[in-house]
Design a protein around this ligand. Structure first.
Ligand SMILES: NC(=O)c1ccc[n+]([C@@H]2O[C@H](COP(=O)([O-])OP(=O)(O)OC[C@H]3O[C@@H](n4cnc5c(N)ncnc54)[C@H](OP(=O)(O)O)[C@@H]3O)[C@@H](O)[C@H]2O)c1
Length: 249
């Protein structure tokens, strides 16, 4: 079975690992190419955009793909939409390997927002010490709130002009997973007063939510966009069961 996995997530890497051992599967992992040095993968990888819905549809046809897995990040809304449309246009079975968003637990002090612009405003007018973990690409939203001290954690360095708009900042270049002890230590060491994050779901970056809860810190949290209507599974076993159903059907 020829499979295309749209990735860039820990879920996609986990699936790639499971597929690498299967002689009955010929899988390709697709990455957007945002990260300079992506983690090594055990299956063939292609990198870069396809060129919209049409480009992806052409790729599916040319490579005679029999199943498409959307294992992209919950906030990667465009590629998920494109995948749903290209699958429909080419009659390719599609499944989304979805990571449920985090649910608010007792003790969480969350301010839920829909966009990063809203997140920047929600930090408030008074200068605060902010742990900012929303990723390199949305940082320009925070230029409207330069009064804060930002501890910014990203995988790759942001563009210089984006950082210039945030005069009081410290950069941390780190890739998850992060454990509770180190998140607690980071927030204490940097005297963090508010955490700003996406509600990315999953376990790899959940420790910051627990640490904030324990320390009684408010969390400004961007909620994920709505997903296109395609069948969803929540684990590798679910994806494999989907392949099996396609094979039988
Ligand atoms: N957004 C986040 O917070 C976040 C966090 C962690 C990881 N990621 C990963 O980073 C990648 C980019 O995220 P994004 O939010 O920039 O995506 P996006 O806004 O949904 O996608 C923008 C464009 O990037 C290309 N693209 C995205 N994912 C791709 C993939 N897996 N393979 C090939 N092309 C892809 C597509 O270009 P064409 O239209 O030219 O095909 C797409 O239209 C995704 O793979 C996602 O899983 C995103």
């Amino acid at each position: 079975m020829r499979i295309l996995v749209l990735g860039g997530t820990t879920e996609a890497s986990r699936l790639a690992k499971a597929l690498a051992d299967r002689p009955d599967v010929e899988a390709t992992l697709s990455l957007a190419g945002r990260t300079e040095a992506p983690a090594a993968q055990p299956i063939p990888t292609r990198t870069g955009g396809f060129g919209g819905v049409e480009g992806l549809a052409t790729w599916l046809r040319e490579h005679r793909i029999e199943a498409l897995v959307d294992a992209t990040h919950p906030f990667a809304a465009q590629i998920s939409r494109n995948a749903a449309e290209a699958a429909q246009a080419t009659d390719t079975p599609i499944v989304a390997f979805v990571r449920p968003a985090w649910a608010r637990a007792t003790g969480d002090d969350w301010r839920e927002v829909a966009t990063l612009d809203e997140a920047a405003r929600a930090i408030g007018a008074t200068p605060r010490r902010v742990l900012l973990t929303t990723g390199r690409l949305g940082l320009s939203s925070f230029a409207v709130a330069p009064q804060h001290h930002y501890v910014i954690r990203t995988i790759d360095p942001p563009e210089a002009e984006v950082l210039a708009a945030l005069p009081d900042h410290v950069m941390l270049y780190e890739r998850g997973p992060f454990d509770l002890e180190s998140e607690r230590a980071l927030m204490a060491r940097e005297r963090i007063e508010v955490v700003v994050t996406k509600n990315s779901g999953g376990t790899a970056t959940y420790a910051k939510i627990v640490a904030a809860r324990e320390l009684g810190l408010p969390v400004v949290i961007q909620q994920p966009p709505t997903r296109p209507e395609v069948p969803e599974v929540a684990d590798v076993a679910g994806v494999l069961a989907f392949f099996e159903a396609q094979r039988k059907g």
